[in-house]
Ligand binder design. Structure first.
Ligand SMILES: Nc1nc2c(ncn2[C@@H]2O[C@H](COP(=O)(O)OP(=O)(O)O)[C@@H](O)[C@H]2O)c(=O)[nH]1
Ligand SMILES: [Mg+2]
Length: 355
């Protein structure tokens, strides 16, 4: 899974990137001119998987991974409306939009004042414009092709015109109902407004500056928003264990920004995790919600999907409660499920197959 971080300069993108990917990339104005793209890969923290690791003591431990992409310098500014986004961003599965909500006279704001609602609306408008530019270019080409009677052009032109109309009316493409074949033809363009959007309001350290922003924004928009205090989270991320807990208590934070951003991202993407366990490896697999067992098997290996016979399934929670696989079997907690079984978040799967 790949998450692209966008937002105005000095909104706290790199700070958040550091929080999310436990990196120490330079922040602030000095860092802004490098023009580089930073990619950070993090293991998704999952207490269930950690408990399973402690139970099986495997040779190999493989949590789910998320890749975060942060743009430094000019490319991160939406100001240049004709500029297209770098490929790394357009190929992301989800866009994380960082909006400055912290008051700090020491940090320059490109607009001269802190106004999160203005910034989020301006930035999302700029994203609409980026997609509009792509759609307009496509329409132009299709019109030319249509003159020559190309079948593809005849079919695609009305769809593109519909998309343009929606974008001009301020509707992001993710909010448009598309038929499955239309969706397929649209997917290839990797439109930025078609991607799930998570708005992150970067509020000050425990202060009320950001209070109510999430509610206020979410009321009028079909996107998810969370609040986090970038600077405080960066300090939290650098602490361990008890120290981290104590510091969070002090700030009145119950779950770290990292946890909240990951939970919100999984929710927006409509994905969940199942696990495979054993003394060789304890591993998390990310699949779409409502995936049938046979396709979940395919996420592990295509042979397992092709030769699928049955899935042995036990809930991770149940297994941890009884303390081991043999106890789970004794208590009949391990079920045999067929191809159609819809894998649940936290399930432990063992695929029986033959090829
Ligand atoms: N007071 C305060 N400053 C922050 C916060 N988050 C980021 N900053 C500061 O804002 C400046 C810009 O942050 P940076 O992450 O580099 O922004 P970017 O340009 O969007 O990547 C840096 O000096 C950060 O230390 C925050 O929550 N509170
Ligand atoms: Mg930056």
């Amino acid at each position: 899974m790949r998450i692209g971080i966008l937002g105005y300069p000095q909104s706290g993108k790199t700070t958040l990137f550091n929080v999310l990917s436990r990196a120490h990339a330079p922040t602030g104005l000095g860092a802004a001119s490098s023009g580089a793209i930073q990619i950070g890969t993090v293991q998704v923290p999952d207490p269930r998987l950690e408990a399973l690791r402690d139970m099986f003591e495997p040779k190999k431990y493989t949590p789910a991974r998320i890749e975060y992409i942060d743009l430094a310098g000019q490319a991160d500014s939406g100001r240049n409306q004709s500029a297209l986004l770098p490929q790394q961003i357009t190929s992301a599965d989800l866009i994380l939009l960082v909006v400055r909500a912290f008051d700090d006279p020491a940090v320059h704001h490109p607009e001269g004042s802190v106004d999160p609602m203005r910034d989020v609306s301006n930035f999302t408008d700029e994203l609409l414009l980026k997609d509009m530019a792509v759609v307009e270019g496509r329409i132009e080409r299709l019109k030319k092709a249509k003159g020559t009677g190309a079948k593809e052009a005849v079919e695609e032109l009305p769809l593109m015109e519909r998309l343009l109309e929606a974008l001009e009316a301020g509707t992001p493409l993710r909010d448009i109902e598309l038929r499955p074949e239309e969706e397929k033809s649209v997917r290839g363009y990797q439109f930025i407004t078609a991607k799930p959007l998570l708005v992150v309001f970067n509020t000050g350290d425990g202060e009320a500056a950001g209070a109510g922003l999430v509610e206020k924004y979410a009321a009028g928009n079909k996107v998810l928003a969370v609040e986090i205090s970038g600077k405080a989270e960066m300090e939290i991320a650098d602490l361990e264990g008890d120290e981290q807990r104590e510091f969070m208590e002090l700030l009145g934070i119950t779950s770290s920004g990292l946890d909240r951003v990951i939970a919100a991202s999984y929710g927006l993407l409509g994905v969940c995790s199942f696990f495979t366990v054993g003394t060789d490896e304890v591993r998390a697999w990310t699949i779409p919600d409502q995936t049938p067992a046979v396709e979940a098997a395919g996420a592990i290996h295509s042979d397992l999907q092709r030769g699928f016979i049955r899935a042995e399934v036990v809930g991770g929670k149940e297994l941890l409660e009884v303390g081991g696989m043999s106890a789970a079997k004794e208590k009949n907690l391990v079920r045999l499920e067929g191809k159609e079984y819809l894998v649940q978040d936290g399930d432990i799967l063992n695929i029986r197959f033959s090829v």
